[in-house]
Design a protein around this ligand. Structure first.
Ligand SMILES: [Zn+2]
Length: 419
């Protein structure tokens, strides 16, 4: 098994040490008092997650609330799960049917159908606890970066893992990591981007030296929750540590400022036809690409779903813009509701971020019905946004709009506002 090494910044040592201490001590006693547990949490890296949860005023709940639902809703949710591998899966409907538990319900189902619970001898109680923590640490107030987005990315990831070109080569560990990374890739997202965290001198920005700040936080939070839940505690330490590192490498790959780096490497592999999926390192690279595709696949969905995601992500941008205006900060690109329309933002996003990646994914998966379907939606949705922009944008704003031009590298990097 190849160890994927991810450099850990020295400034994270304190936080990491805390996590290690907690993990080690958690193994010493099965049962801890509530007070001791709270004190440990205060000392841990996870204090950010829990503090932010408290600040948000969320009442902790467990996914066990499912039993409160009407049988009819559960029946419909179960019916939807029988079609979880189809591309027109409506994650918004599924979230309503599961009473806001789409991520936990989906992950339990996928782990089951993929045989991961059996293969890794996972304890269902621990799995449920871990998934509950992950779901709860997504901010439900975020219009876009919430647990439904995570569930949507996980569902897309499952579809991609089933692509014949990949599926035939993937090991249970690859599938496990792919689904886990998808579910946790944006956990505890604050609803603002990295440049915002840097210019407001957020503690996470200094902790991660202004580099992949959010992605590092998503990964480290995931590791903390894995250890707190004890989900992998029955595995040998070297195996579970390798899993944590690989999860990190996958989640860090979703940093959109690294888009070109991954795109160029992917294109080069396809041009040279040198991808050998029998190699663990090449399979890992393809998991990174698959997760990146899943993360930005909204424009490849059917219009009705795609439109909702577009409006949500723009709403999140505009909220950041409003915050910046309120605190006399420079308004970030794409965050000015008066200047940056939803259609203009979407056309830019599709043209410069989504299309180039999915063209290569299409090339990799060929012949793939799913990729054909996605490309069809992508082109239709782009045309639809173009019509909407022409119909609704006043000519003077249209002439000055910069949202559909390539974002010159600067500030936070290209595509800095894109999820
Ligand atoms: Zn995401």
């Amino acid at each position: 098994m190849k160890l994927c090494c991810v450099p850990v910044p020295t400034h994270a040592v304190f936080a990491l040490t805390c996590v290690f201490v907690i993990s080690a001590s958690a193994q010493q006693g099965e049962v801890e008092s509530g007070t001791r547990r709270k004190v440990k949490r205060l000392l841990s890296f996870q204090r950010y997650c829990h503090a932010s949860r408290l600040l948000r005023g969320l009442v902790p709940h467990t996914p066990g609330s499912l039993h409160l639902l009407d049988d009819d809703y559960l029946g419909q949710a179960a019916h939807m799960l029988s079609k979880v591998g189809t591309w027109n899966f409506d994650i918004f409907l599924f979230d309503r049917l599961t009473n806001g538990n789409s991520l936990v319900t989906l992950m339990c189902h996928l782990f089951n159908v993929c045989g991961l619970i059996h293969h890794f001898q996972l304890d269902m109680v621990k799995l449920h606890r871990f998934l509950g923590m992950v779901q709860e640490d997504y901010h439900s107030q975020n219009p876009y970066h919430n647990a439904v987005h995570a569930a949507d990315v996980t569902q897309a990831m499952y579809c991609y893992l089933k692509e014949p070109k990949l599926a035939e080569q993937l090991s249970p560990l690859d599938v496990f990591l792919g689904l886990m990374a998808a579910a946790a890739h944006d956990v505890d997202h604050p609803g603002v981007n990295q440049p915002f965290l840097i210019k407001t001198r957020h503690h996470l920005a200094s902790l991660y030296q202004n580099t992949s700040v959010l992605e590092s936080h998503h990964w480290r939070s995931t590791v903390g929750m894995l250890r707190e839940s004890g989900l992998l505690s029955h595995l040998p330490a070297d195996i579970s540590q390798d899993m944590e590192q690989q999860l990190g490498s996958l989640i860090l790959a979703t940093d959109i400022s690294r888009q070109n780096e991954f795109l160029l490497t992917f294109r080069e592999h396809l041009d040279n036809q040198d991808l050998d999926l029998q190699l663990a390192s090449h399979r890992h690279f393809m998991l990174q690409i698959a997760l990146k595709c899943a993360d930005i696949c909204n424009p490849c969905r059917v219009w009705e779903l795609s439109r909702q995601w577009s409006e949500r992500v723009c709403e999140e941008f505009y909220r950041q813009g409003d915050l910046e205006r309120k605190f006399d900060l420079e308004i970030s690109p794409l965050c000015n509701q008066q200047a940056d329309s939803v259609p203009a933002i979407q056309i830019g996003f599709i043209s410069y971020i989504v299309e180039p990646l999915f063209e290569e994914w299409h090339r990799f998966t060929e012949p793939s019905l799913l990729s054909q379907t996605m490309m069809g939606h992508l082109h239709k949705n782009k045309a639809r946004w173009s019509c909407l922009r022409c119909a609704h944008t006043p000519s003077d704003v249209q002439a000055h709009s910069h949202a559909d031009e390539p974002n010159p590298k600067g500030g936070g990097g290209e595509g800095e506002n894109i999820p």
